[in-house]
Design a binder for this molecule. Structure first.
Ligand code: ADP
Length: 443
């Protein structure tokens, strides 16, 4: 997929996700406004209904009081007798004899006449002692309401009594409307978050794949170049030596034979690098378990770089301090690992400088470091150099070609042996790569 296609795709995907989020926000806003309006409306209706109810109760209670006074043949001066003390409680001052049985009967009659069919409790009080004289709960739901026991029928012949009517179910029905939007917004929000999460994850995967595919392309380009050069040199040299006249010039013949051999070596190294990659792709590296003397490996690897080091006029400083350097592992992979580190030190080291190899022991670990005085690595590149196909962009300044595989391989092998690799580097000063490998148990 081309850069532009990915760009367009990203743009479209971002726009659609943003669209979804905006729609979601608008929806939430609208829903909450609608909810608020609904709550306001409910409140208004509720208070309207409540007012009507209160008026009806006051009227009913006034009628009841009037009738009691009429029965008692008292004056029916009812100025301000009924008072609403709380939203669901009404007190009636009646300075007269009050019979609870009569009161309940009148209350029932007046309430049902005015369609006040809510449960209520009433109490008759003595206003001198301010204590309840009689009380009862009246329910319209059940037919058999508490009938008044006759023993309790007190003949209240003293004046100065008042009664109160209380509607226990009212508060809960009218005042419970105040609630938030609830959790209705939660589900769509979670869905949007999940969509958003998937989108972010896909972008991340696409970017990673894109980077990897760019690196792979670089790798193929490099590899083609690396393989083509020795092949064409070999082709040219073999053409020269197939000329019969060359027999007359044995020096030239030997020179061309040497070129063919060294180019062949180069080809072999390159092919081995690619093969290393193939080994890594087989998910887990299969490591043999043999006793490997890393000091011997160091000498062997340095030996194979003799020519390369000479060409770049580089010296070697060996500092093999570790008292034991035997590790359990795979000789071939361990040799390749050190080979890659030394190869880099030669490639990226400066001519006329030294390359140092040092071993030391840290507890049960062998530390093996390869130090060069070369171009160094920038801090921001350091964290990537162990990634597969990663090459520092300026890595080609000295026309040094590579595949970006060497260090990845080093790290994989070190991990497979239960060890690791670390790097310290300063730009233009040089780099030190340190391998740590668990030492073999001495038996
Ligand atoms: P390459 O084949 O490119 O050398 P490596 O995986 O061995 O691949 O190294 C990755 C990158 O790390 C290289 O491209 C190079 O830029 C940087 N690098 C590795 N070793 C050194 C070193 N000793 N000095 C400076 N840069 C180095």
């Amino acid at each position: 997929m081309g850069r532009r296609a990915i760009g367009t795709l990203m743009l479209l995907a971002t726009l659609s996700v943003m669209g979804v989020v905006i729609i979601q926000l608008l929806w939430l806003q609208q829903a909450s406004r609608y909810h608020r309006e609904q709550v306001e409306l409910n409140k208004a209706q509720a208070s309207q209904l409540e007012k009507q109810f209160n008026d009806r109760v006051v009227m009913a209670l006034t009628d009841v009081t009037e009738q009691i006074l009429t029965i008692n043949k008292d004056s029916t001066d009812l100025f301000d007798a009924v008072k609403q003390a709380r939203p669901n409680y009404f007190a009636v001052t009646i300075n007269d004899t009050l019979h609870p049985y009569l009161l309940e009967a009148l209350l029932r009659k007046e309430f049902s006449r005015r369609h006040i069919d809510e449960d209520f409790e009433y109490g008759v009080y003595d206003c001198f002692t301010d204590s309840i004289v009689y009380g009862n709960y009246v329910s319209f739901d059940t037919l058999a309401t508490d009938t008044m026991p006759h023993s309790q029928l007190l003949k209240l012949d003293k004046d100065g009594h008042y009664f109160g009517v209380y509607f226990p179910l009212r508060a809960s029905t009218l005042w419970e409307e105040e609630s938030g939007m609830g959790w209705t917004w939660l589900f769509p929000t979670i869905v949007t978050m999940i969509v958003f999460g998937f989108f972010a994850y896909s972008v991340w995967v696409i970017m990673r794949q894109k980077k990897l595919s760019e690196m792979k392309n670089d790798f193929i380009g490099n590899m083609t170049h690396e393989l083509k050069t020795p092949i064409s040199t070999i082709a040219l040299s073999s053409e020269v030596i197939s000329d019969p006249a060359i027999i007359q010039e044995p020096e030239r013949l030997r020179e061309y034979a040497r070129i063919i051999r060294s180019e062949n070596d180069r080809l072999r190294t390159q092919v081995e690098r690619v093969l290393q990659l193939a080994t890594l792709d087989k998910d887990s590296l299969r490591m043999k378990q043999e006793r490997v003397d890393m000091h011997a490996v160091v000498r062997e690897v340095i030996g194979s770089f003799k020519l390369g080091l000479q060409e770049r006029r580089m010296g070697t400083v060996l500092d093999l301090e570790a008292d034991v350097a035997i590790v359990n592992g795979d000789r071939v992979h361990l040799t390749n690992t050190l080979f890659n580190l030394v190869d880099n030190a030669v490639k990226y080291g400066r001519p006329d400088t030294n390359l140092g190899i040092r071993t030391s022991r840290r507890g049960n670990e062998l530390l093996l470091s390869v130090k060069d005085e070369g171009i160094g690595i920038k801090r921001e590149d350091l964290k990537h150099i162990f990634e597969r196909f990663y090459r520092v962009p300026t890595g080609n300044v000295h026309d040094v070609k590579g595949f970006g595989l060497g260090l990845h391989y080093v790290q994989q092998v070190a991990h497979a042996h239960g060890g690791g690799v670390s790097v310290r580097s300063e730009i233009d000063k040089g780099s030190t790569f340190t391998l740590s490998l668990p030492l073999a148990q001495t038996s």
